[in-house]
Design a protein around this ligand. Structure first.
Ligand SMILES: Cc1cc2nc3c(=O)[nH]c(=O)nc-3n(C[C@H](O)[C@H](O)[C@H](O)COP(=O)(O)O)c2cc1C
Length: 181
């Protein structure tokens, strides 16, 4: 608890933002040599349906910044509930090879689509805007696939699984479909 005019303490801010529950994505693209690049991000959000737009935020000090800002596109790998270890691996600074033993296919622009995810969105990068210590990467969705698996949940700095609410509308059934725009 703090007074409304108190200076926003960074640790308190992180902790408070952690109450906003999210899914977890691994954002992927390709390096200049075609090598796979990936980083864990929960700043992903939907923006517009017509046209289909999404955004996410990447730290300006990320070793992947140049790859994401120079590539023409990226893929959103929405992690399934069994992929918490992948989330941790793609969030590890200086990991020697994040893609070691990770099965993936390549999307339309070569961005890795990691096997076993809840869903994939393939995006064309529309805009990169500076915002404090991050950049906001905006993309237009060009292909989607929903694999019908339950999504991994991130809350208060830890991982969780979905559980239907006992009294409210139940979780939607998980259909399998694959669509390309
Ligand atoms: C659940 C979770 C969500 C994260 N979300 C973001 C994010 O949205 N943006 C970001 O820049 N870093 C985020 N991070 C931290 C990055 O994954 C991590 O700093 C990064 O992978 C470090 O490696 P790199 O900068 O060399 O790519 C997140 C980490 C975790 C565990």
């Amino acid at each position: 608890v703090s007074a409304p005019d108190a200076r926003v303490d960074e640790r308190a801010l992180r902790r408070t933002l952690g109450t906003f529950v999210t899914g977890v994505t691994v954002m992927t693209t390709t390096g200049g040599d075609g090598s796979p690049v990936g980083v864990t991000a929960n700043s992903f959000c939907s923006v517009s349906l017509r046209p289909p737009l999404v955004l996410w935020c990447l730290a300006r000090d990320s070793s992947s910044l140049d790859n994401f800002t120079h590539a023409g596109g990226f893929a959103v790998n929405i992690l399934g509930e069994h992929q918490a270890a992948l989330s941790e691996r793609f969030a590890t600074r200086g990991h020697p090879n994040r893609f070691e033993d990770v099965a993936f296919t390549r999307g339309v622009d070569g961005a890795p689509l990691i096997n076993g995810c809840a869903a994939h969105l393939q995006c064309r990068t529309l805009n990169v805007a500076e915002a404090g210590d991050h950049v906001i990467i905006q993309g237009e969705v060009v292909a989607i696939s929903d694999w019908g698996r339950p999504s991994l949940v991130f809350s208060r700095g830890g991982y969780a699984r979905l559980r239907p609410h006992p009294h409210m509308r139940p979780l939607a059934p998980e259909p399998y479909f694959l669509t390309a725009f």
